[in-house]
Design a protein around this ligand. Structure first.
Ligand SMILES: C[S@@+](CC[C@H](N)C(=O)[O-])C[C@H]1O[C@@H](n2cnc3c(N)ncnc32)[C@H](O)[C@@H]1O
Length: 252
């Protein structure tokens, strides 16, 4: 049987690799390297420094994986993503079959933690459902959300309270009335600018874990315009940006 190691590599800092992830990486015969849009530059440089620093026997092979382009989402977002995942799964399936021998370990290095806004595990289910005899294990990574909380020195939840982790697209519909702590990811539109800032604090972080990390925190009403400006400048300077933030309702 072929085996796939799904390895969380942290979200920018090679020091965030766990010992378990390093040992898994050292069992890999083949590293499958996806070519991804937003994460491209950052992912490539993090992956390279991790491989150079942690792989003890550089006898592994690397195999590039061409990731098909996603169609424009339009009204049928779920349908488009479904179709896209099916095409990615087909691409992985044929590469696993041709590039991995029976008994070999392939590895996929996943940004942050594979459980959070990453489709690798859903795609693995599809690959397995296609009939290829295959097993896989998951090695958790330090997520950007954990780094955000650590850098700002805050807990994510209020005492005994829940946390909602959501996307910029959903936040744009308004700050949920029944929540006091909302973590926002995948926000290319600065959706914090679309919510009523009254009574909200923001804890914002970009390039978390990397040498270019930027942190800003304070009342949303006072910081919204500044974060938008800092974000645009940084994005222009680096050519890419990844940012995430916590919105927290101030206790009455
Ligand atoms: C496709 S999701 C992947 C999340 C990843 N699995 C994790 O555990 O952090 C990408 C989003 O995660 C957030 N993100 C990932 N890395 C980040 C970083 N180094 N700094 C700030 N935000 C980051 C951003 O909101 C970005 O749009």
């Amino acid at each position: 049987m072929r085996n796939i190691l799904i390895i969380g590599i942290g979200s920018g800092n090679p020091d965030h690799m766990t010992v378990e992830a390093i040992e898994a990486l050292n069992r890999a015969d083949v590293l499958f390297i996806p070519d991804k849009g937003e994460e491209k530059a950052a992912l490539r440089s993090l992956r390279e420094s991790i491989c150079t620093r942690f792989i003890r026997q550089p006898g592994y092979r690397t195999v590039p994986v061409a990731i098909p382009k996603r169609a424009e989402a339009g009204a049928d977002y779920r349908g488009v993503v479904d179709d896209w995942h099916e095409r990615i799964a087909a691409s992985y399936c044929s590469l696993f079959e041709t590039e991995l021998a029976e008994g070999e370990n392939g590895a996929l290095m996943v940004w942050g933690d594979p459980a959070l806004y990453d489709s690798t595990l859903r795609i693995m289910e599809r690959v397995a459902a296609s009939g290829l005899a295959l097993d896989w294990q998951v090695y958790p990574g330090i997520s950007s959300v954990q780094v955000l909380a650590a850098r700002h020195r805050i807990p994510l939840n209020s005492i005994g309270g829940p946390i909602l982790v959501t996307t910029g697209r959903r936040l744009a519909a308004g700050f949920p009335a029944d929540q006091d702590s909302v973590v926002v990811m995948l926000d290319g539109e600065q959706s914090f600018g679309a919510v009523d800032p009254e009574g909200l604090d923001i804890y914002w972080g970009a390039y978390l874990g990397t040498p270019d990390e930027i942190l800003l925190a304070g009342p949303l009403a006072a910081l919204s315009a500044e974060i938008t400006r800092v974000r645009a400048e940084a994005r222009a300077r680096h050519g890419w940006i990844m940012d995430t933030y916590l919105l927290r309702r101030r206790p009455a």
